[in-house]
Design a binder for this molecule. Sequence first.
Ligand SMILES: Nc1ncnc2c1ncn2[C@@H]1O[C@H](COP(=O)(O)OP(=O)(O)OP(=O)(O)O)[C@@H](O)[C@H]1O
Ligand SMILES: [Mg+2]
Length: 259
Amino acid sequence: MIKINNLNKSFNTPYGKIDVLKNINLEIKKGDIFGIIGFSGAGKSTMIRCINRLEEPDKGSIIIGNKEITAMSKNELREIRKKIGMIFQNFSLFDSKTVFQNVAFPLQIAGYPRKKIKDRVYEILELVDLKDKINAYPLQLSGGQKQRVGIARALANEPDVLLSDEATSALDPQTTFSILELLKTINKKLGLTIVMITHELEVVKYICNNMAVIENGHIVERGATELVFSNPKSETSQKFVSIMNSLNIKNTCIGGDGI
Ligand SMILES: Nc1ncnc2c1ncn2[C@@H]1O[C@H](COP(=O)(O)OP(=O)(O)OP(=O)(O)O)[C@@H](O)[C@H]1O
Ligand SMILES: [Mg+2]
């Protein structure tokens, strides 16, 4: 479903050029829930943002389905993005729009009639348990509520691919569980392919069938989640697993902004 070939990405900063992604090759199958872990600054968000070209890769190709994202014009990109949902690490909500308007936005872009938009927004807000906040503005919401608006917006247009950057990091365990159940259900029912960046190892273990480990801009390990956890090979996964084992608690949080 997603094929990344020789992806390279650098940023120019006042201190010089930094190479953030170095020759990334990755294949994610249709219907996969694919986890990506790595320590803070490893390049996870940059990589996921390259997949829908929110970041422009320097080199390499990205193919979704049978379409090469990296060869698309702006118009073609706008079209395909309608079926790629993205949950952002920093929520990226429109502050001047209400919860309803935020979630309705991708449906308006996709050209749905008003009645259908209304029905779908109500339906999805019910699923993420936010109906009582439908007229609130993002500034009036808690972090977890904002995150759920982001999740609702990403799922509103029934995407084929969901790119999720720390979707559950601001949620309490109960809400995390219900969101994971929701993602699992959609994955099974609709064959939604999910790319899931998370620093919550329990989340990877619970929901991801395959995973990759990113270390300093390189993919250093990949495979079935069970195998990576039972026999971690890279420095990153060994550290993650040993910290998880020594903490031995649910919702272990390592590696993201929130350590
Ligand atoms: N727009 C940018 N300009 C310059 N440097 C950037 C930019 N975006 C990211 N970087 C740098 O690229 C590196 C990777 O950042 P990225 O956000 O991809 O990390 P991450 O793995 O998602 O980390 P975290 O777990 O903290 O979210 C970091 O060193 C960061 O400072
Ligand atoms: Mg990040």
